[in-house]
Structure formats: structure tokens, C-alpha cells
Design a binder for this molecule. Structure first.
Ligand SMILES: Cc1cc2nc3c(=O)[nH]c(=O)nc-3n(C[C@H](O)[C@H](O)[C@H](O)COP(=O)(O)OP(=O)(O)OC[C@H]3O[C@@H](n4cnc5c(N)ncnc54)[C@H](O)[C@@H]3O)c2cc1C
Length: 474
């Protein structure tokens, strides 16, 4: 890096230190580029500070707490009701995890020669950014830039999030007490993950969803298991229901909702969590000055090399159209860094896995049966239930199934999806199988260790071929 009269010069400026931006900056450092990473808040972005990690910590704690009530059937005796959950204690535990990971990223940036600048960046032109750093204004001149400014919760105009009664996902993860009752607007993955966690901790949860089912992006068969469990947890789910108004009355929140089935209804609860989508952080970035185009929703379109309409400016992660997922952001970040460094890299695979940390978990990669058929494939499906798997029985995790979607003519695997315990970890096998263009026989011929949940993949593959051992083949 060279300090000039007007601006600090660097090869690459990365704006935003989330999983997209910091992965890009570290990869650029590895490839010998001088790189300035500008972050206005904390390294790790939404994912580490108020998204993936804190929410999964909450879900894990809620799951452990909830299990305590059902250990008796395994012969484990706990004095009745002699356990409780303290949200403040959980906040301390979560804070420790986040801080450890923050420090880890800081260390990795330092070790890879990344200069981290704390402040808010905006483009001054197509080769300069200005950064407001606590009263000062610094200018950086770059050869190339990566925009990785991410997204924030979308809140409709008629709702005012006060972070006390009406929460977004960030404030819900900062609660000091478990609310006695919680209404959730939006039955997408964040709403369902957090709703199930709070229900396990004792909240009376009501989910209001405008679509005709929760998790509308996921196959109906997978969602059925989650809906059944939500009811077991005492949750109320109102689908095809629209929120018309939201207010406060005597310290309680009041939701007015309408549906064709029930007409007008009022839902009174301690708190409301609004989780109906995310919007890109593209405002105030000076994109006009740099000549970078956005679409009508504020996303920055990019090609497979993550290039914007300005060839030396790249965009990655939630600021670009596509699923708002941390692993997509990191992949794009690494690709952008490699392209900038002259490597032949691109985001060339359509395979973006997804995981939903509900009870049970849902995970998948590739096409669903419906998507494969819509694309003209003749499809074979192999399914295998958890309850026929020895390990699932031995760990009392019998809900769910694994499903392989196969091209009936070539036997190529087109999709692998599952709902069940530990789906989040087991989908790795599916991602690798599809990435390597495996056939269903490859999966069926692979020796899977016993007794493990991973055997459900083996038997789903065998079921597609008509010879699973532990179920009757039809
Ligand atoms: C509750 C919740 C749970 C989630 N769970 C999962 C999950 O389980 N799995 C998963 O894959 N994804 C999950 N996500 C989504 C995931 O967090 C995002 O997809 C991911 O963080 C996007 O990464 P990013 O790098 O694009 O942006 P972000 O993580 O949004 O980071 C952008 C960074 O840029 C900074 N910034 C913005 N503007 C400026 C500026 N002008 N100057 C300087 N800095 C700026 C911000 O402060 C922020 O730190 C979850 C999200 C939420 C909210």
C-alpha cells in the first residue's frame, strides 16, 4: 500500500466484512494483492453477529433444554421440573462464541496482510471510495473493488420496529427474557427456526404466514414433518393469513389479521417478531458515482465472475440477486478474489445447498421432484424413512426421511433432500455427490458406516433402484 497526497492507494478495496467480504479479502491477501477491507460495524457481518451463528446457538440451547423433559424414557431421571432456562446466561454464552469468532477473523485478516478499516464507505468515483471513520474522512484509491455490503431485514411501512415489543431478527436474538407469548409475522426459514426455538423455551408462539403453507420455498413433503412437530410444540400456525395492522395496548402487542377461512382476527401477545424477508444495503453507497447499476429492487446484478456492469467492480453475497445465504456469499467472495488475481475462477455450479434448522431439520441440494419434472426429466424417486434406521431409533430421532431424485434414463442424481435429525451435517454428502455428477448407483455402492444416520442416503439410493434392505420395496 502506498500513501499518496490525496488518497491511500491499494490494489483492491472490499466494502463490507461479512462472510462474503472477509473471505474475499483473505483470499486476495493469499494471492498477494494489497487489500483494504472496510467495515462499519463488526467483522463477520450479519452471519456471525446477528444471523447464522447466534440463531443456531439459540436453536441448539433450546433443543438441549427441550430434550431434558423427555429423557425419562431413556432411563435418565431428573427431579421433575428442576431445571430452568436463563436467557441472560445464554446471552453471555452466545457473546463468548461471537467474540471468539470475531477475533479469529481479525487474526486471519492480519496474518494475510489485509488492512481492516473501521468506517462507512461510499464510492466517490469508479476508482475511489471515501470512508467516514469516527469524525475523519479518508480516501482510498483502488484498481479493483468488491461490494459486499449485504442486506438487512425488510420491514413494511405500516410496521414500526421498536426492538422492545416489535422485534426484528436482530433484536429477537438480544432478548434478556423468554417472552411468554410471541407472534411471528412470516413463516419462512428464519421465522420457523426462531419460532420453534422459542416454543421449546416455553413461549406460546403464533406464526402468521401469507402463503398457503409455511416454508413455501421447500417441497411440501419435507415441510409436512415440520408442521406436525410445530403443532406438537404447541405452536399455532395461521397460513393464508394477512397482517392488516399492528398496535400496542397495555404493554401487549395486538395484531389484526385476516384470512378467507377465519375472517378478521386479533392476536394479542407479549412480543411480535417481524421476519418477512431481507433488502439489500445498496443505498448510500454512491453507486451512481461509480456507474454501478442496480435492478429495480436495489440488488446489483453480476455474472458468473461476480463482475458488475463496471468491469473492475465486483459484487458478492446478499447485495446480489439470489438466495441470501452465507455460503453463497463466501463462494462468490473467493471467486471474485481469484478473478481479480487473474485465475480462471467462476461461480459455475447451480448447486446451492440449503439448510433449515427447524425440528426436524430440512436440507437439500439440486432439484426437487417437481422442479426436475418441470425441466422435462423423467424422474425416479427413492425415499427412506428415519424410523427404519437403527441409529435414528437408538437416539430417539425417528421423524423424517431422505429422498433422492434421479434421472430415470441416465440414473444421474438430480437432487438430494431430507428432513430429519442432523440433516444439516448430512447434506454434505449430497452436495459432493451432485457436484461430482454421481449416479444413483455410486451412492448405493458406497459402503456407509453402521450404525449411522448417513445410511438413510444409501438406502434411499437403493430404494430408487428397487432393492433397499430395510424397507419393503414397491
Ligand atoms: C437470523 C438469521 C439467520 C441466518 N441463518 C443463516 C444460515 O443458517 N445459513 C446461511 O447460509 N445464512 C443464514 N443467514 C443469512 C446470512 O447471514 C447472510 O446471507 C450473509 O450474512 C450474507 O453475507 P454478506 O457478506 O453478503 O453480507 P453481510 O453478512 O450482511 O455483511 C455485510 C457487512 O457490510 C457492512 N456494511 C454495509 N454497508 C457498509 C458500508 N457502506 N461501509 C462499510 N461497511 C458496510 C455491514 O456492517 C455488514 O457487516 C441468516 C440471516 C439471519 C438474519
Amino acid at each position: 500500500m502506498v500513501v499518496g497526497e490525496i488518497a491511500v492507494e491499494t490494489d483492491v478495496v472490499v466494502i463490507g466484512g461479512g462472510p462474503g467480504g472477509y473471505a474475499a479479502a483473505i483470499r486476495l491477501g493469499q494471492l498477494g494483492q494489497s487489500v483494504v477491507l472496510i467495515e462499519e460495524d463488526k467483522l463477520g457481518g450479519v452471519c456471525l453477529n446477528r444471523g447464522c451463528i447466534p440463531s443456531k446457538a439459540l436453536i441448539h440451547s433450546a433443543g438441549e433444554y427441550h430434550k431434558l423433559g423427555s429423557l425419562g424414557k431413556m432411563g435418565i431421571r431428573i427431579p421433575t421440573n428442576d431445571f430452568s432456562f436463563e436467557m441472560e446466561g445464554w446471552q453471555d454464552w452466545k457473546g463468548g462464541i461471537v467474540s471468539q469468532l470475531n477475533k479469529g477473523i481479525e487474526h486471519l485478516c492480519k496474518e494475510n496482510g489485509v488492512t481492516v478499516v473501521k468506517g462507512r464507505a461510499s464510492f466517490l468515483s469508479d476508482d475511489r471510495v471515501g470512508v467516514e471513520t469516527g469524525g475523519d474522512f479518508e480516501t482510498y484509491k483502488f484498481q479493483q473493488a468488491i461490494i459486499a455490503t449485504g442486506s438487512r431485514p425488510f420491514i413494511p411501512a405500516f410496521i414500526e420496529v421498536d426492538h422492545t415489543h416489535i422485534l426484528d431478527s436482530t433484536s429477537a436474538l438480544q432478548l434478556k427474557e423468554v417472552p411468554k407469548s410471541l407472534a411471528i409475522i412470516g413463516g419462512g426459514y428464519i421465522g420457523m427456526e426462531m419460532g420453534m426455538a422459542f416454543a421449546k423455551l416455553g413461549s406460546k408462539v403464533t406464526v402468521v404466514e401469507m402463503a398457503d403453507r409455511i416454508l413455501p420455498q421447500v417441497s411440501a413433503g419435507l415441510v409436512r414433518e415440520v408442521t406436525r412437530n410445530a403443532k406438537k410444540l404447541g405452536m399455532t400456525i395461521k397460513t393464508s393469513t394477512k397482517v392488516e395492522n399492528i398496535g400496542l395496548d397495555n404493554g401487549k402487542t395486538v395484531l389484526e389479521v385476516t384470512s378467507e377461512k377465519a375472517g378478521n382476527e386479533t392476536i394479542v401477545s407479549d412480543k411480535v417478531l417481524v421476519t418477512i424477508g431481507r433488502i439489500p444495503n445498496s443505498g448510500g453507497l454512491g453507486l451512481d458515482q461509480a456507474g454501478v447499476e442496480m435492478d429495480e429492487r436495489g440488488y446489483i446484478p453480476v455474472d458468473a465472475k461476480c463482475t458488475t456492469n463496471v468491469p473492475h467492480i465486483y459484487a458478492i453475497g446478499d447485495i446480489t440477486p439470489g438466495p441470501a445465504l452465507a455460503h453463497r456469499a463466501s463462494k462468490q467472495g473467493i471467486v471474485a478474489a481469484e478473478v481479480i488475481s487473474g485465475l480462471a475462477s467462476s461461480v459455475d455450479s447451480p448447486l446451492i445447498p440449503y439448510v433449515i434448522f427447524t425440528e426436524p431439520q430440512i436440507a437439500g441440494v439440486g432439484y426437487s421432484k417437481e422442479e426436475a419434472e418441470q425441466r422435462g426429466f423423467e424422474v425416479k424417486v427413492g425415499q427412506f424413512p428415519y424410523r427404519a434406521n437403527g441409529r435414528a431409533l437408538a437416539t430417539a430421532e425417528v421423524d423424517g426421511f431422505a429422498e433422492v431424485i434421479v434421472d430415470a434414463n441416465t440414473h444421474l442424481l438430480l437432487g438430494m433432500h431430507m428432513v430429519g435429525a442432523d440433516a444439516s451435517n448430512m447434506i454434505g454428502e449430497g452436495v459432493l455427490a451432485l457436484e461430482l455428477s454421481a449416479r444413483v448407483e455410486d451412492l448405493a455402492l458406497t459402503m456407509h458406516p453402521h450404525p449411522t444416520l448417513s445410511e438413510v442416503w444409501l438406502e434411499a439410493a437403493e430404494a430408487a433402484l428397487g432393492h433397499a434392505i430395510h424397507i419393503v420395496n414397491k
